[in-house]
Write a protein that binds this ligand. Structure first.
Ligand code: SF4
Length: 422
């Protein structure tokens, strides 16, 4: 039996994979260690969504390859050759090959390289897991998506949509809650098209999960706006339940319909406006999170201005801003790229704009008093989430997994600052 170190990067689905890999390792009789200096074998669960991230993964692979190494996650699946360029001997485990975890580890420990990248997992529901945060249960509801976005390498790693059965997911959520989780994240590559391949959909899943009688909250993860018109009425209705955080993460990527067309996003900026309008009409307080890519190859100055205007109009609370980078194997990587200095300038403009918007949005919460679920210890305090999934930081010593009434006394760009009031 070996001592194994696991680390993960990327989206919540990637962290969920690392929790399951750790669960399989423990069930397999191996020991998990906190630091690679103590390990016999290292596993890195990689993300390759952007150039900067992929470079960070390569740096990490190089620093871990002195011992038997398994490179898991999206990078080996999308860029096997890149991984082999930097480490000839590393074994590889694909994001949908978790069932092969122990086999690959056993082989690597014996010095035999094993590549398991084929999509062999029928479902990831019900696998043993070691949670990164005991208060949070990350539940994958599907893998892959139904889109072909031209900038996206995730499609090469995760492939086409494969939804997990609704009943299995509800049982998994019950397990998370039984094992002490107070917050459950429903996550996948694109929640918006969940169930379309098995005759159900996301609102049906949310409605089924909220029937679980225990005291817990649900965060519904990222969804491409493309499929929202099909589900938005029922989805927003399913948010009426107090268990559901009033939070939507809907990546719009650009304010220009021409650029969205060139990205093959399958939606317009109007689709995004509609979703925001619907949520804000139904709920007084609602958190909108979105993603923006600046510098997509076909983006002109006029297109860029449309993105700036869309953000001013919709005022999202959270914007994950990316500078476009040409990912190997993607259609857009073949297009003529925009000058890096110009892309930098554009991202600077939007960076300042979104910080101003989220600071102003957060300052409106000063004086608010209400329940907060604490789910994260930080170096100098504890962070929690209110009903709109707004991060609330307090210096008081409270336990994670606990609810407390908090009064908001100040706000920053990214967080509300509070004090416990009971
Ligand atoms: S929806 Fe588009 S961006 Fe998202 S994973 Fe699928 S192809 Fe990539």
């Amino acid at each position: 039996m070996a001592k194994i170190f696991v680390e993960a990067y990327g989206c919540s689905a990637s962290f969920a994979d690392s929790e399951m890999i750790s669960g399989l390792i423990q069930n397999g009789g191996h020991t998990l260690v906190e630091d690679s200096s103590e390990s016999d074998l290292n596993i890195v669960v990689t993300c390759s969504v952007k150039d900067a991230t992929a470079n960070k993964m390569i740096h990490r692979i190089k620093s871990l390859k002195s011992k038997p190494l398994v490179v898991a996650g999206c990078l080996p699946k999308a860029e096997k050759n890149t991984v082999e360029k930097f480490t000839e001997n590393a074994s590889m485990l694909g994001p949908n090959s978790l069932g092969k975890t122990l086999q690959v580890i056993d082989s690597a420990l014996k010095g035999r390289k094993q590549i398991a990248l084929e999509d062999s997992d029928l479902s990831k529901v019900g696998l043993p897991k070691v949670r990164l945060n005991p208060a949070v249960g990350i539940v994958e509801i599907a893998s892959g998506c139904m889109s072909e976005c031209t900038f996206c390498q995730t499609k090469l790693s995760k492939g086409d949509l494969s939804s997990y059965r609704l009943g299995d997911i509800v049982r998994q959520v019950q397990t998370e809650v039984n094992e002490g989780c107070k917050e459950v994240w429903l996550t996948s590559t694109d929640n918006g098209c969940y169930g379309f391949d098995i005759g159900t959909d996301l609102p049906s899943l949310v409605n089924a999960v909220v029937e679980i009688p225990d005291d817990f909250m649900i965060r519904v993860g990222m969804m491409n706006p493309m499929y929202m018109p099909r589900i938005k009425e029922n989805l927003i209705e399913s948010y009426d339940n107090d268990k559901v955080f009033k939070f939507l993460h809907v990546p719009v990527q650009s304010g220009s319909d021409k650029v969205l067309h060139d990205m093959k996003r399958g939606h317009t900026s109007g689709t995004f406006r509609e979703i925001v309008k619907k949520a804000k009409e139904r709920f007084d307080n609602f958190t909108i999170s979105t993603d923006i890519i600046v510098g997509f190859p076909s983006e002109t100055k006029e297109d860029f201005e449309k993105t700036v205007r869309l953000l001013d109009e919709t005022r999202p609370d959270v914007v994950n801003l990316s500078r476009y980078s040409a990912r190997p194997g993607t259609e857009a990587a073949e297009m003529k790229q925009i000058d890096v200095a110009e892309v930098k300038q554009r991202s600077k403009v939007i960076f300042e704009q979104i910080n101003k918007i989220s600071t102003e949005n957060n300052q409106k919460w000063i004086g608010w008093r209400g329940r907060v679920l604490f789910d994260e210890k930080t170096d100098d305090g504890v962070k929690g989430r209110n009903f709109t999934y707004k991060p609330v930081f307090v210096r008081d010593g409270v336990d994670i997994g606990q609810w407390h009434t908090v009064e908001i006394i100040d706000a920053t760009t990214s967080t509300l600052l509070g004090k416990i009031s009971s």
